[in-house]
Write a protein that binds this ligand. Structure first.
Ligand code: 5CU
Length: 373
């Protein structure tokens, strides 16, 4: 069995330099008297007075590829498809974006090459640059040995993913056969969390804001007809598609009842179920068999892929040497859901990723992740 982690992040050294040079979100700095570096990336987390709510500690597990490999070994992961973590290059001035994307992508590809067959990557796009520069980078990525697609947030060129100016980007992704890994960052407007939000740490924005952001972004893409126009476009959705598996029926029904869409003949031509089973791949980063079974129900057992979200959600203090709860929970959900149907479990754990992302076979697993739990 090959175990593949398709949702695993890194901030390569060139990106760390960028974060350390900044003093507005996103940035990395220390808060004396502590000498520990902290990473401040999420909208809203800059203003908290509490040190444990203000960003998160950042160490070499975020930027040193040898830590990624050690984490993989600890958790019996054979292959990882790494991606730059949020907020990618969204915040860069247009004049710096294209060059920085090339630097980061070259760095990612070369780092994967140091561990042949164990690391692949999703590239990063210079989304504040011109559309020509973005599509040029997509075509350049296609020629890189370890790159298998691109990671993207939900803001697109600034107006979201249903922006028609993105059509050349979708066209280039479809044409080059590269998967777009859609990942949240911006969440919901912070007011929805209320005046007591900071008392609740990161729970509301991460547990709910992230998946709802993804759900809305994909719904907008479907409504805009992007999948009618680009039927070969493939998106991998973070966190099992947010709440899309649960709400797909409602979305479909509301579309069918909308007089405006009917009058203007603008309803998407393909059903959501069809898009889910042909254009969307869901990760298995959902931490329960309830969510995982819903993901498999809507996308199909051959389109759900194991992931960890490493290095986010590390063990809390005192548990550093233990297997990561965030990982064992996802292994357990796979075992609880499909332990008796090994073909499905093996597909979700790695075979699907190998096939869909053309990973070839990594070194043989030293053990099945399920045996860990
Ligand atoms: O803990 C967090 O803030 C995050 C994040 O920003 N991005 C991510 O992918 N997971 C957790």
């Amino acid at each position: 069995m090959t175990i593949v982690d398709i949702h695993t992040h890194v901030y390569p050294p060139a990106y760390m330099d960028l974060l350390r040079s900044r003093d507005t979100v996103p940035y990395v700095r220390t808060f004396p008297p502590s000498t520990e570096e902290r990473l401040i990336i999420l909208p809203g987390e800059d203003s908290s007075n509490s040190s444990t709510a203000r960003g998160r500690p950042i160490g070499p597990e975020y930027y040193d590829f040898s830590y990624k490999i050690a984490f993989m070994d600890q958790h019996k992961i054979d292959i990882s498809v790494v991606s730059l973590a949020n907020p990618w290059l969204d915040f860069l001035p247009p004049s710096e974006a294209a060059e920085t994307a090339m630097l980061i992508n070259d760095d990612m590809d070369a780092s994967c090459g140091l561990y042949p067959g164990r690391l692949y990557a999703f590239g990063t796009l210079p989304l504040s640059a011109s559309v020509e520069e973005i599509t040029e980078e997509i075509r350049r990525l296609k020629g890189m040995p370890w790159i298998r697609g691109v990671v993207m947030g939900t803001s697109g060129l600034g107006n979201g993913l249903d922006d028609e100016r993105l059509n050349p980007v979708y066209e280039a992704l479809e044409e080059t056969g590269q998967t777009m890994f859609l990942h949240p960052h911006y969440g919901l407007p912070t007011e929805v969390y209320g005046p007591r939000a900071s008392e609740y740490g990161h729970v509301l924005p991460l547990a709910l804001g992230f998946p709802l952001e993804t759900t809305i972004a994909v719904a907008r893409l479907i409504l805009s007809g992007v999948f009618d126009k680009y039927p070969g476009l493939t998106l991998l959705l973070a966190h099992s598609g947010g709440t899309l598996p649960f709400l797909a029926g409602r979305l479909e029904s509301v579309i069918a009842h909308d007089a405006h869409l009917k009058d203007t003949n603008t309803a998407p031509k393909r059903s959501i179920w069809d898009v889910l089973s042909k254009n969307l791949i869901l990760d298995a980063v959902v931490y329960s068999s309830v969510g995982l079974k819903a993901a498999v129900d809507v996308a199909g057992a051959d389109r759900v892929l194991f992931g960890t979200d490493h290095p986010f959600f590390p063990p809390l203090e005192g548990e550093e040497d233990q297997p990561w709860l965030s990982v064992t929970t996802n292994y357990k959900a796979i075992n609880d859901s499909f332990g008796l149907e090994r073909g499905i479990a093996e597909g979700v754990l790695g075979d699907n990723a190998v096939r869909l992302l053309n990973l070839g076979f990594g070194r043989q697993s030293t053990g099945c992740g399920l045996e860990k739990i």
